[in-house]
Design a protein around this ligand. Sequence first.
Ligand code: AP5
Ligand code: ZN
Length: 218
Amino acid sequence: MRLILLGAPGAGKGTQAAFICQKYGIPQISTGDMLRAAVKAGTPLGLEAKKVMDAGGLVSDGLIIDLVKDRIAQPDCANGFLFDGFPRTIPQAEAMRQAGVRIDYVLEIDVPFDAIIERMSGRRVHPASGRTYHVKFNPPKVDGVDDVTGEPLIQRDDDKEETVRKRLDVYAAQTRPLVDYYSGWAKQDPATAPKYRVISGLGTVEEITQRVFAALAD
Ligand code: AP5
Ligand code: ZN
């Protein structure tokens, strides 16, 4: 199974990715998690990415495409993978198509923008694993602590309300056009295009997981 999870910042891509990857036995490739790991490690990529991420912008297509090509060449991707937060621009999607990377499904999680601000302000993450919680909607068993490792949870630097609004603008301008890109491709050339599915991301985490699994079975 090779799939792309598409959706606005805070739509629940990372949350649902964990369930999908467990069910299909595939790795989660989150370019956001990879960039945050590079920032933490202080690599040249991380140093370049940090400023852009903190401002809510997008890291350059060239850097991201190289990062993803290296990642999918690794042995654990032989049976498939899940892209979370990639592709995020038309050039990123085109680069995958030109490299002949076949995708089975593009699954869009649709959440209205007003619900997103509340989700982001309560988000807490375990940086080492990328596990995601919410203080109200999806709390950890013990306040402020990761369920699996017992390590502290943090708030992401880009979850300030002002930065979230900027990220939503960037999504509307640069990532939302991928909806037309993939649906147009499916019309032109259904033999090579991924299947395009849209589900509502409103409801409990469990309800959305059920919708995701139903969409991927169809
Ligand atoms: P990235 O890490 O990809 O962030 P994003 O796309 O903005 O998405 P998020 O991680 O914020 O949201 P999510 O959809 O995963 O939601 P989550 O499950 O956490 O990218 C960060 C930055 O890196 C970008 O701004 C950019 O600078 C750079 N970058 C990354 N990829 C790039 C690329 N390809 N090209 C260029 N630049 C790139 O859920 C959110 C919250 O809601 C959580 O607290 C969760 O617990 C809660 N929640 C989840 N589901 C529900 C529910 N059903 N009900 C209530 N709350 C819920
Ligand atoms: Zn995420």
